[in-house]
Ligand binder design. Structure first.
Ligand SMILES: [Zn+2]
Length: 82
């Protein structure tokens, strides 16, 4: 069983689909019973989608990644303080 902190640590990779199947399953299991992480995941997913789908950032992934990571760091720190 993973903790909220584990979930927060992995959410960036999870959103990018960059996790092993086993890890993904653990994250999804946690998500299914943790309301707090559902909220974080939902807002993170929307934020990432805005960044990547807006067309405003007409950038290759390598250039867009630091932006996404900055947002993820903000979301993570918010999750920690609450
Ligand atoms: Zn949680």
């Amino acid at each position: 069983m993973i903790s909220c902190a584990d979930f927060m640590a992995a959410i960036g990779d999870y959103l990018e689909g960059d996790v092993a199947a086993e890890v993904r399953l653990q994250l999804e299991t946690h998500l299914s019973h943790c309301a707090q992480c559902q909220v974080v995941y939902d807002s993170a997913r929307k934020t990432v989608r805005v960044v990547t789908d807006s067309g405003y950032f007409d950038l290759p992934e390598a250039a867009a990644r630091p932006i996404t990571e900055k947002i993820m760091a903000k979301i993570r720190s918010k999750g920690r303080s609450s």
